[in-house]
Design a protein around this ligand. Structure first.
Ligand code: ZN
Ligand code: ZN
Length: 309
């Protein structure tokens, strides 16, 4: 059985709580490279990669599972603090960092829960063997002279790693992590609840047999696949080796994986709303189970599959 399989839970510690029967995924940022502000991106949004997964109906003090902390993590953190303050509880989250390229950690210095007393934010990255090396790199980024203060020293931040191919529990979900093909490395994730799963495949350039097979294993039969389609097929040859794929590849990949729904993400910052509209039209015309990931949109995962809320 491949480590991505959801059924057996092999390699996991004994669970104390059942996996969530349903969850809600919020797209806080779906762009790549650099945040894109301005009127030309007011509808699709220009924040960089950040997703949040919460069990449906979870109590305010139940932890969120964050996937990457691009600039979208700023809004995610403010919403988390507001929700927790209203309930009189401290923010809790586990953040899986696929890798530490800036577009995946831009938002960490502005993640409000780092500044809240009693918060518990666990940062996890599988590209390191040593959690202290991971912590040192994060503290290097979020410290003078690159940032005026050191929020990670305020308490509430913990750092951990996980081995390649590990199946582990994070924020109540079952996570499988495998390496993708990207300069410096990047981890892909499969995240499962009870009877449903999603796969986050980004950043990833197709063409490396091992990484392609990892991506496929993570996405096999998933209800929702988020795929790195930064380019289209016509643009790709000029960007070969840059570590990203195309939306056409994403659709073919999702079909091969037998995925229920695919969302193309890592939108280039130079694309305008009109250009993303045009790309979305082509994506939707190719298959009715594909779309571009849109900032602010939420998806429900459960026994019926993935449905946009
Ligand atoms: Zn990226
Ligand atoms: Zn990257």
């Amino acid at each position: 059985m491949h480590p991505a399989a959801d059924s057996a839970g092999e390699g996991m510690e004994e669970r104390v709580a059942p996996l969530p029967a349903a969850a809600v995924l919020t797209v806080w940022g779906a762009s790549g490279s650099a945040p894109a502000a301005g009127a030309c991106r007011c509808r699709w949004g220009g924040e960089t990669v950040c997703f949040e997964l919460r069990a449906e109906g979870a109590a305010p003090d139940a932890p969120s599972l964050m996937i990457d902390m691009g600039s979208g993590a700023r809004d995610a953190g403010r919403a988390m603090t507001a929700r927790c303050e209203a309930a009189g509880v401290a923010p809790r989250a586990v953040a899986l960092l696929s890798h530490l390229h800036l577009d995946h950690v831009w938002g960490a210095p502005f993640f409000d829960p780092f500044y809240r007393a009693g918060s518990d934010i666990e940062l996890r990255c599988g590209l390191y063997d040593d959690p202290e090396a991971f912590e040192a790199d994060m503290r290097r980024l979020i410290a003078p002279p690159f940032f005026p203060i050191e929020p990670l020293t305020f308490g509430g931040a913990r750092f951990s790693t996980f081995p390649v191919g590990a199946v582990f529990e994070a924020a109540g979900f079952r996570v499988t992590a495998l390496p993708l093909h990207h300069p410096g490395g990047c981890m892909g994730f499969r995240i499962a609840g009870a009877g449903w799963s999603i796969a986050v495949i980004g950043d990833h350039e197709h063409g490396d047999p091992t990484a392609d097979s990892n991506a496929l294993a993570l996405a096999e039969g998933a209800d929702l696949v988020i795929f790195d389609g930064a380019y289209d097929d016509a643009e790709y040859p000029a960007h070969e080796g840059w570590g990203h794929s195309t939306w056409q590849r994403g659709l073919a990949f999702a079909a091969e994986a037998g995925a229920g729904q695919v969302l193309i993400h890592h939108h280039l910052p130079e694309r305008t709303d009109a250009q993303l509209d045009a790309m979305a039209t082509k994506v939707r015309e190719t298959t009715n189970s594909a779309d571009l990931a849109k900032q602010g949109v939420r998806w429900r995962l459960g026994k019926g599959g993935a449905a946009e809320l």
